[in-house]
Design a binder for this molecule. Structure first.
Ligand code: CUA
Length: 316
């Protein structure tokens, strides 16, 4: 039987748009190439040496033809840019209701953490029809999270968070690859994304009982690493409380200058690992760095905890 698919399965809503751009560009390139060669063949035939044609006044230029060509090329270029920009924009901005999951890449495996506390290796289970946002980082070198069926690929970098999102549109098992050469066993850094019906997914989540959620584990770590000693309770003189911080603008101080930054995952992470870089206005740079002491997975849990108290009032 004829089975030679040009493109992988389609497993996400965004895949259609992506393929549309791909086929549109391919169609334009192929038709231009075809047109060019057809014209060449015609001219070779029409004007080869044996043909009796008038060669006395060869034309040097044709402005009208050049105007049409320039305008046509410009129109095609702008159209392609607009189509690409729309799809790229949608790919870059996850919807607000996206389910957030966390991915840590390391030589040579993918570790996935679900907000409910469940974690898995080289597997990612997601519910059908629900937008899923992945927050990703690497524990060592650059990796790249690639799910061909969803038409998504994003580099996963050490020392920062990158994200991507997709909305699964068909139940099934789909390949997951690392698409950035990352060392000896790069080719083994593969896995599966499983798209399940929502009810099935809930059942899968509660398999083996529900342990503490990521935020709850993060709170334990928050106490264990003695963050709570200064960022909680009555010690407000030394360190700011963290309730209500996530997602807000924070005043920072450098010398006499006060500026603002958004308290997102990047900010929380840098504040833990490089606390002297961005000091909250009105506080002294007293906090020690936790660089090298907390692994990526635990950092994500602490961030999940600080996010979970993002809408709370500080308790004195
Ligand atoms: Cu990780 Cu290639």
């Amino acid at each position: 039987m004829w089975n030679f698919p040009l493109l992988p399965d389609i497993g996400s809503t965004g895949a259609y748009e992506n393929d549309l751009v791909f086929w549109l560009e391919t169609a334009i390139v192929v038709s231009l190439t075809f047109f060019g060669f057809a014209l060449m063949a015609f001219l070779v035939y029409r004007y080869h040496r044996g043909q009796k044609v008038d060669r006395s006044h060869p034309p040097h230029h044709n402005y009208n033809l050049e105007y049409v060509l320039m305008a046509g090329m410009l129109a095609v270029g702008v159209m392609l840019f607009m189509v690409g920009a729309v799809v790229f924009y949608r790919l870059s901005v996850p919807p607000d209701n996206a389910l957030e999951m966390y991915v840590v890449g390391k030589q040579w495996m993918w570790k996935v953490e679900h907000p409910g506390g469940k974690s898995e290796i080289n597997e990612l289970h997601v519910p059908l029809g629900q937008p899923v946002k992945l927050m990703m980082t690497s524990q060592d070198v650059i990796h790249s999270f690639y799910v061909p069926a969803f038409r998504v690929k994003q580099d996963v970098l050490p020392g920062r968070y990158t994200h991507m999102w997709f909305q699964p549109s068909k139940p099934g098992r789909y390949h997951l690859f690392c698409a950035e050469y990352c060392g000896t066993s790069h080719s083994n850094m593969i896995g599966w994304v499983t798209v399940m019906e929502p009810a099935e997914y809930d059942a899968w989540l509660s398999q083996g009982g529900r342990g503490p959620s990521m935020a709850e584990q993060g709170e334990q770590l928050f106490v264990q690493y003695h963050c709570a000693g200064c960022h909680r309770g009555s010690q407000t003189v030394r360190a700011p409380h963290l309730e209500g911080v996530y997602g807000k603008s924070v005043p920072l101080q450098r010398g006499n200058e006060v500026y603002f930054t958004m308290a997102d995952e990047r900010y929380i992470r840098d504040s833990i690992l490089m606390p002297k870089n961005e000091v909250v206005a009105g506080y002294e740079p007293l906090m020690p760095s936790f660089q090298g002491q907390i692994n990526e997975s635990d950092l994500l849990k602490i961030i999940a905890y600080i996010k979970s108290i993002g809408n709370k009032e500080a308790t004195p």
